[in-house]
Design a protein. Structure first.
Lengths: 336, 214
């Protein structure tokens, strides 16, 4: 009797003590939902082909996940939404004019090779959707960089191809960019709304920001990575981006163009492939920004967000190891 | 790894050991650099594989011939001298009789000197065994290397160029990445995984590294 009473008074259990309703699948589906505005605008600008390409990516991802899990005798976890989200993100990173085999092959590379062969969800070193896109860009460089001109919905069946704003900037400088878009105000407005050539889900900055704000409000992402990423890009673009010397660059143009918003809000913040401490995440974001600007201004490719995030993915474990969070209750020497 | 009781081992078993059980690329996982560098076409893979096959067999025979005269303390420099001698022979033969191929993979022919696989067989096997056995061990090891290179380059050329030995097989747009270095890593890794799977599934093995050790 006495023993039992004592046990009740001193009930010790292992953590976690606080449980929430959040599950992997719930997070995945919510993130997919937050991508919806950008996707809808992508469809509005690039027509039904955008739906076709994205659908192929999603089907390819789900099939690859199912196939590998069946082959390796694991439990099939299609309903957790992670393969769906990878497919959706991959689709939004494709030009709407991509021929059918590109979404299928790159979604297989993304899910089967990058994610499942490394051990499945939570074990991948690199962001699956970005590896899929990098694979496609290197494999089919022509097809992956022929962008269709955005048209106001459902008229452009044989759409013209054109260059992205960053491509124009790389080739002809600001002069050329203003020739195409008119004056600066309309350039910024077009970039903000997404009325420009590019991957089908990356163009509309405003829609991506709405999705990002929703994720911040739901606390699925924190401000650390996007903020440090975007700030670094803006500052470095301002300092080094101009033709007329230091401090003459156009930070707003660099912030609004390319895949920066999609990358900073939805790709770099992937739980698995970014550092887990807050300080580490800021370092990660700064690194991404640095590499992005380096590639945009100095390298052969007009856009560098994808390679920047992939390269920083490699560094995430190293950042985590060197910026450990404090362990409470230990002496200073013992922490090392 | 023990080859002390090699007297009982048949030449056929030595060949088989080199090709399958201790395959340089897929089981011992050494000499991967050339396996990725030259395998963007079957022809190049075959040529380098043949060169290695020849060097490996000759080096093994020479080392086995001289094994009683080589002082153990300076054996590694002596092995290196023997290897570079035979590589020079191949290099000159190729420069004289196969100009076109030599221009493409000549650099890698000279680098055969530094291949871990060749020194490994000389040290592990030829320095302790008779000439006949050493020759067949070298033949098996070289053949394993050749087969591995041909398999890798088969997939890389087929996927990356849509051709095989220069003949168009697949008329659709090929996957450029496969003939780039990144594709070499991808194909080699996937093939290694596949052979590990076969080993584990059908032969009860433990995967790469479990068979040989390096």
């Amino acid at each position: 009797m006495a023993v039992a009473k004592k046990e009740q008074e001193l009930l010790v259990t292992v953590s976690p003590h606080i449980r929430s309703d959040e599950t992997v699948s719930r997070i995945m589906w919510t993130v997919s939902l937050s991508l919806l505005p950008a996707f809808v605008l992508g469809v509005y600008f690039f027509g039904p082909k955008a739906v076709y390409v994205t659908a192929l990516c999603i089907i390819g991802s789900l099939f690859s996940e199912w196939l590998v899990q069946k082959m390796t005798g694991k439990e099939v976890t299609l309903s957790d939404g992670s393969a769906f989200l990878t497919g959706l993100l991959l689709g939004m990173n494709m030009p709407a004019s991509a021929p059918f085999y590109i979404p299928l092959v790159s979604s297989f590379v993304a899910v089967a090779i990058t994610k499942q062969l490394f051990g499945g969800i939570g074990y991948n070193i690199f962001n699956p959707a970005l590896v899929g896109r990098a694979f496609a860009l290197i494999t089919w460089p022509r097809a992956m960089t022929s962008w269709i001109e955005p048209t106001a919905a459902f008229v452009g069946l044989d759409a013209k191809t054109t260059a992205t704003p960053l491509g124009l900037l790389k080739e002809g400088g600001m002069q050329k960019l203003l020739e195409v878009f008119g004056d600066k105000t309309s350039l910024y407005m077009d970039l903000l709304l997404g009325h420009r050539a590019g991957s089908l889900g990356e163009t509309s900055v405003i829609a991506l920001l709405i999705g990002g704000a929703f994720l911040l409000y739901k606390r699925y992402i924190t401000w650390h990575i996007p903020f440090s990423f975007l700030t670094t890009v803006a500052v470095l673009a301002w300092v080094f981006g101009g033709k007329g010397g230091l401090f003459t660059g156009d930070p707003l143009l660099h912030l609004l163009s390319g895949g920066l918003m999609l990358g900073a809000i939805f790709m770099a913040t992937d739980y698995v492939t970014c550092p887990s401490t807050r300080t580490g995440q800021v370092v990660f974001g700064i690194g991404c920004g640095l590499l992005t600007i380096l590639i945009r201004l100095k390298a052969g490719y007009p856009e560098g967000v994808m390679f920047a995030i992939l390269l920083m993915n490699c560094f995430a474990p190293m950042i985590d190891r060197n910026l450990k969070s404090k362990v409470f209750g230990l002496k200073k020497e013992a922490q090392k | 790894m023990s080859h002390q009781h090699q007297e009982k081992v048949s030449y056929w078993a030595l060949l088989k050991n080199g090709v399958i059980k201790e395959n340089t690329i897929f089981r011992l996982v050494i000499s991967l650099c050339p396996a990725i560098a030259v395998t963007n076409s079957v022809r190049n893979g075959f040529l380098l594989g043949s060169a290695v096959l020849f060097v490996q067999a000759m080096v093994n025979s020479t080392v086995a011939l001289l094994r009683n005269f080589i002082h153990p303390r300076i054996r590694i420099p002596i092995f290196m001298l023997i290897i570079s001698g035979w590589v020079t022979v191949v290099d000159m033969l190729m420069a004289a009789y196969a100009r076109a191929a030599y221009k493409e993979i000549g650099l890698y022919i000279q680098i055969i000197v530094a291949f871990a696989s060749i020194l490994a067989r000389a040290e592990v096997f030829a320095s302790k065994n008779k000439v006949g056995a050493s020759f067949f061990d070298g033949l098996g090891s070289g053949l394993g290397f050749l087969v591995a290179l041909v398999i890798i380059s088969f997939f890389r050329e087929l996927l990356g160029k849509g051709t095989l030995v220069g003949v168009t097989i697949v008329p659709v747009k090929p996957m450029l990445i496969m003939i780039l270095p990144a594709g070499g890593f991808l194909v080699t890794g996937l093939l290694m995984g596949f052979f590990n799977w076969i080993d584990m599934r059908f032969y009860g093995g433990k995967g790469a590294g479990g068979a040989g050790g390096h």
